[in-house]
Design a protein around this ligand. Structure first.
Ligand SMILES: Cc1cc2nc3c(=O)[nH]c(=O)nc-3n(C[C@H](O)[C@H](O)[C@H](O)COP(=O)(O)OP(=O)(O)OC[C@H]3O[C@@H](n4cnc5c(N)ncnc54)[C@H](O)[C@@H]3O)c2cc1C
Length: 386
């Protein structure tokens, strides 16, 4: 068994419920399996598969199945149990779980010592309208299939696809679509609508400039400082940010990548313990996009932070159950971020925000980070140095 600092086991096994089997939940699972192989772990997740969401835009190149790992596989590999259910994560429920130390799921009472909530953040949704899609559709159907069905429905010689949202996700999808249509010789035009003056606004300006240059190389039209209002039959209604003037552009279809819903984030202390109404809940920990740690570590909604928070919360659960109750604080900084610009290019920063990388080095960096996660998932081997 591996050595975890400040952990002197008092019990051979704990009953642990992990709510949400995404990056944070799986990283916690691998941590438990490493330091307490006999723990009774139950993962509750409404999906049948763990989805590697950071690859969703690549489903224009690879089947969606390549990025899905059945929970049945994780059950066998890590000796845990998966219950397919969606829990209502309300303040009242969390308080009840902490007081009673059981959760009722599908009429079954699950007793636990600790719960780790790692339910992610929901993607921004738009009111269903004709000729529109948002990120949620890509969780169940590959990009290729979705785009082909969109193109089949339009009876135009050169359909125009509008993408709304110039953040990291919107950009990754935009470039994949541009390369996919080029590869398949599909006649179509792309336009990006963004409410800011530049793409990738939360990143250093060097990333935006590089990306916008590459967009113009691919003949992608860019409408900055513009709000989406409505997709009509063959056009899109937009609003100019400063003047509030409405205007229309030809558009056959609109895809929305408008970021995560920030409303459902819950607070945790620097050790990952949930905090409700200024009260620390001893038996409830949090990790991933659904959590906001009160600490100096990174609270960005990234797989990188989710994996680190999952690992830290699991380690602190083990320490809480041990002879010494010395916790580790969450101090993980953002180490960089790489955005893919289609199959052969990427842009990002590493170590310091002004350290911009692009092209092959950026692509290799992205692949390396993703391989680290694949290794963790396949073997439980943790190669993250920080
Ligand atoms: C297209 C795309 C590309 C991205 N690329 C990158 C990247 O390159 N690098 C990076 O660092 N980040 C990237 N991100 C962000 C990253 O994917 C998220 O930050 C990460 O998935 C967060 O992990 P998580 O475990 O908190 O949540 P998720 O991975 O979203 O997992 C949450 C899990 O909880 C389950 N769940 C939800 N609600 C409930 C409930 N009520 N009860 C039980 N279970 C529930 C869900 O089914 C899901 O399995 C990308 C995101 C997208 C969309």
């Amino acid at each position: 068994m591996s050595f975890l600092p400040f952990y002197i086991p008092k019990r051979k096994n704990l009953n642990i419920v992990i709510v949400g089997g995404g990056y944070a939940g799986v990283s916690a699972l691998t941590t438990f399996s490493r330091y307490m192989p006999n723990a009774n772990i139950t993962i509750v997740d409404p999906r049948t598969h763990h989805i590697k969401i950071t690859h969703l835009h690549e489903t224009f190149r690879y089947p969606l199945q390549d990025f899905m790992v059945p929970f049945s596989h994780l059950e066998k590999h890590f000796g845990c149990r998966h219950i397919c259910a969606k829990l209502f994560i309300t303040e009242d429920n969390i308080q009840q779980w902490n007081n009673d130390k059981f959760i009722t799921i599908n009429e079954e009472q699950i007793d636990f010592d600790y719960v780790l909530i790692a339910s992610g953040a929901s993607f921004g949704k738009i009111k269903p309208q004709n000729n529109t899609l948002d990120l949620n559709s890509f969780l169940t159907t590959s990009g290729t299939e979705l785009l082909n069905s969109i193109l089949e429905k339009t009876n135009q010689v050169e359909p125009i696809i509008s993408v709304v949202g110039g953040g990291a996700t919107g950009i990754q999808f935009l470039f994949e679509i541009a390369h996919f249509t080029k590869r398949k010789n599909i006649a179509c035009r792309l336009q990006l609508i963004n409410d800011d003056n530049r793409v990738l606004k939360r990143f250093p300006i060097g990333l935006s400039k590089y990306t916008e240059d590459k967009m113009s190389d691919l003949n992608i039209s860019f409408y900055p400082n513009t709000y989406f209002k409505k997709q009509k039959k063959n056009s899109i209604l937009l609003i100019e940010k400063e003047t509030k003037n409405e205007f229309e552009l030809p558009s056959s279809f609109t895809l929305f990548f408008i970021g995560n819903n920030l409303g459902n984030r819950l607070s945790a202390n620097t050790f990952g313990q949930a905090v409700l109404n200024n009260q620390t809940l001893r038996h409830i920990f949090m990790a991933g996009d659904c959590s906001n740690y009160n600490s100096h570590g990174s609270n960005t909604m990234t797989a990188q932070s989710a994996v680190r928070k999952g690992r830290l919360a699991a380690s602190n659960i083990l320490r809480d159950s041990s002879v010494l109750k010395i916790f580790e604080p969450y101090l993980h900084p953002d180490l960089g971020y790489v955005i893919s610009l289609g199959p052969e290019d990427a842009v990002g920063w590493i170590a310091k925000e002004n350290n911009v990388v692009n092209g092959t080095p950026a692509l290799l960096l992205k692949e390396m980070v993703e391989s680290q996660y694949d290794l963790l998932l396949a073997t439980g081997m943790d190669t993250y140095v920080m």
